[in-house]
Design a protein around this ligand. Sequence first.
Ligand code: DON
Length: 564
Amino acid sequence: MIKHRIFVGLFFLYSFWVAPFVVAAQPASSKLGMVASEQHLASDIGANILRQGGNAVDAAVAVGYALAVVNPCCGNIGGGGFMTLHLANGENIFINFRERAPLAAKSTMFLDAAGNLVPGASTVGYLAVATPGTVLGLETALKKYGTFSREKLMAPAIQLAEKGYILTAGDIKLLDAHIDDFKKQSNVAAIFLKNNKPYQVGDRLMQANLATSLKLISRDGVDAFYKGQIAEKIVKASQQNHGLLSMEDFAAYSVNMLPPVTCSYHGYTIISAPPPSSGGVTLCEMLNIIEKYPLKKLGFHSVMSTHYIVEAMRYSFYDRNKYLGDPDFVKNPVAELTSKSYAAEIRDKIKPDRATPSSELGMKAELHEGMHTTHYSVTDKWGNAVSVTYTLNSFFGAQVIAGDTGFFLNNEMDDFASKPGDKNQFGLVQGAVNAIAPGKRPLSSMTPTIITQNGHVVMVVGCPGGPRIITATMEVILNVLDYRMNVQDAVNASRFHHQWYPDSIDIEPNAFSPQTMKALKHMGYRFVPLPEWGAVEAITINPLTHVQYGANDKRRPAGKATGY
Ligand code: DON
């Protein structure tokens, strides 16, 4: 008894005196506005716009263009993405600027005469490129909800491209992995290699051609990109290199505004990406299933909380792959998949003491994606919030830059099911709902999300990483809402991922104790240890004090969360 009291006393001493100093990583904080992005210079630019009186949309547009310069792997004007907005007046909006397949695209365009996938055809070079959406997406957001001029918001990006910026270790890490790709094209090597050698930490990267393209957009607006010189240069390069893009593709490109997917979770409202992203539907389906399990009581990364979360991931990814595609082409059962009653049906099938074999759910498919997208979050002092994820798909997209335009083009065509039932570059096998068609948008996993409580924003969150986008975003949400972590700890915490197939749990280093893994293996789980993934850039807002807290993912050291 006495021994027990001494132990308890020591434990309390430990938790009071030691734990506060070793556990919590501190987020950035401000009452006036917050920007979290994967590149510190872009975050500073966004915070500066807020400081000058711009709203969250103004800052998001400036950050979008800045990342196209300082995060060239992923930030872009040659790709596309999604923007989820919550306005201070209570309105929730989703802007869909996902790329579209060229009008000359055919469902069989990546197959050889024997009907087999041609390796690399949908990932490298001009055939992989879909019509980019970023420029029209950012312009649409700005025209409808921004207050500053495009010229003012693009000026900092233009300056960074023209005058250059100093590369940090985080920036170099992203470039270094692709030196051999840069060498293949002389116009790419001229920008991203220094005298044909890799850039070093402390070097200045200048992008004069990109500056020229950005200046044209700044001066002439979207027409410079979709009707003028830039489109002409991309179409010319595409036609000379077996691509399909035409001037009609650019002229016909459109952005649309869709109602976001919404669901409730423990009284919070989740506002996220609808199809053509699978993100919001899959996130809501997982949260609906998990809602009835007492996560906090079960414990963080405990055997039982992990079991229930993994089962929710498994069932929701099965539905994702089977049912979702571009809503302009297929009917998506969004209401059914995100209903509480459907979640209850799934919970009824989940056994407390064993993993459900994925084969019990249906046909076999595998998904594996890397991380080459970028997410950023912005909040302002008026109650507006913006959550943006945009992408070139692979790192540096299709690895091509058209002539002297200075920016990489996406390889988003690979997100289609080039041959329904066969794997894409990441091993992702999808169905006919996501087959290629002219003008169609490929299914995405991007999950730009905003969470409100009683109409007020409490969280802005999202991530890169293919299918792991959806699970990483959810895990950070659970860390904040269930486990009550501060946003920086929530983002830094180790992750796990299951996607129906392969039927195994991907785990980051130190995600589970050996005892927990042993117990989960006993229930039928298999583990695949992987290096860390994702880059969650998140903001939380305390509903009582209105203080905004920002977190840059420790996995992306070039990034920063900054208030003003
Ligand atoms: O839209 C999608 O789901 C993919 N194109 C995203 C690719 C991705 O996230 C890669 N890594 N960050």
